[in-house]
Design a protein around this ligand. Structure first.
Ligand code: SAH
Ligand code: SF4
Length: 380
């Protein structure tokens, strides 16, 4: 007897509202039903169609047959003494990605991954050194938020005031985990739409930040398709050094990147771009580098976020001494630029991007990657 292929089961975490509306319409279902289901999934954290009590029984049966709500599988859950919580998720084929929740007074920030590995090979980044495995699907990106919400006991989105004051619920999302979000554009944008949707997480555009190494055409597309807060990994004030630290600069040099930032600000929900700048001892942390940065960013309304380098074996870099970071910050401040320096958080659970996932993939090689640190006032 020939066995029939199993019907493809849709994962509804892959669907933003527009896609869900289209699918419901194909099924002959009314648009309000799609919105109802969207709210059950994301606002209530529900993964059981039977529990969707106000959804018609026949529709529930159809959904059970054709769809599921499937987040990535949790491999590890670690809680740091400072409240930082880190999850490691299995995304198949031996790949794992991580998500970190950073609670602060009045705010909870979730740092989400967009790819397993990264192809861009920045010299100071352990995720880059690991190479590229694959893009995460929309459902795997949204699934990190869906699961975090549920694991934090805050599945009802927004939570109540007490929850928020305790920093338990997710008020901010930053795409600063593993991977380059703009190299996985379509899946990331669909995930952003779910994050922003009032029928789902209802986050403000100002509280959702995409961090990019500077893929210029994708910055332009993001401005057109889904403008959210933008952070750009700068890390060098001139092309010669940036070419060396971030190979993507050879394709999109600083002049083009600065112009893209200015264009982005025409549509951005915030009136500044955040420039991330990893402080590498003796490489990009001199007074001359600070002065060159001031000149470079003169025409771009911006804030700087200085990141103490998070070392990993054989990286060839060291963290700038704290005094040097303070002095460097002082020079930018004197020039009228707002500067914050990231505090390291969650050290006792290795809450630095790439650390845990790296260990699962290759125990000998990986020890740490980009530092996941408090995102401080910059993203409030
Ligand atoms: N791919 C995106 C987002 C993920 S990386 C990007 O590059 O912007 C998040 C931040 O961590 C980036 O600013 C990145 O440059 C920085 N980072 C990477 N490796 C690091 C390390 N070893 N120490 C400190 N920061 C690091
Ligand atoms: Fe990729 Fe960002 Fe790491 Fe560069 S810094 S290798 S773009 S994750």
């Amino acid at each position: 007897m020939n066995s029939l292929p199993l019907p493809a089961v849709l994962n509804l975490l892959d669907y933003d509202l527009a896609a869900l509306l289209a699918w419901f319409s194909e099924q002959g279902e009314k648009p309000f039903r799609a919105r109802q289901v969207m709210r059950w999934i994301h606002r209530e954290g529900c993964d059981d169609f039977d529990a969707m009590t106000d959804v018609a029984k026949a529709l529930r049966a159809k959904l059970k047959e054709q769809a599921e709500i499937r987040a990535p599988m949790l491999l590890r859950d670690s809680l740091s003494g400072d409240g930082t919580r880190k999850w490691l998720f299995d995304v198949g084929d031996g790949n794992a990605v991580e998500t970190v929740f950073i609670p602060e007074a009045g705010r909870g920030t979730l740092c989400v991954s967009s790819q397993a590995g990264c192809a861009l090979d920045c010299a100071f980044c352990a995720t880059g050194k690991e190479g590229f495995n694959r893009n995460l699907s929309t459902g795997e990106i949204v699934g990190q938020l869906w699961l975090a919400n549920s694991l934090l006991g805050a599945a009802k989105v927004g939570g109540d005031r007490e929850d928020r004051d305790n920093g338990r619920v997710i008020s901010n999302v930053v795409l600063m985990g593993m991977g380059e979000p703009l190299a996985n554009f379509d899946n990331v944008v669909a995930a952003l739409r779910v994050m922003l949707d009032d029928h789902a997480y209802g986050l403000s555009r100002r509280r959702v930040t995409v961090s990019t190494s500077g893929i210029v055409p994708a910055i332009d597309r993001l401005r057109e398709e889904c403008p959210v807060a933008l952070a750009v990994s700068l890390h060098a004030p001139d092309d010669a050094l940036r070419d060396r630290l971030m190979p993507i600069n050879r394709k999109y040099p600083l002049r083009d990147l600065m112009a893209a930032c200015r264009r982005y600000l025409e549509r951005a929900p915030r009136d500044f771009v955040t420039f991330e700048y990893v402080m590498l001892d003796g490489v990009n942390d001199s007074d001359a580098h600070a002065r060159a940065l001031i000149a470079l960013s003169r025409d771009v309304p911006c804030k700087f976020n200085l990141i103490p380098f998070n070392p990993f074996p054989r990286s060839g870099f060291a963290r700038s001494p704290a005094g040097r970071v303070r002095h460097f910050a002082g020079l930018l401040l004197e020039a009228g630029i707002i500067v914050t320096t990231r505090k390291t958080r969650g050290d006792d659970v290795a809450a630095a991007c790439g650390q845990l996932a790296g260990r699962v993939r290759d125990k000998a090689r990986r020890a740490s990657a980009c530092s996941l640190q408090t995102v401080e006032e910059v993203f409030s």
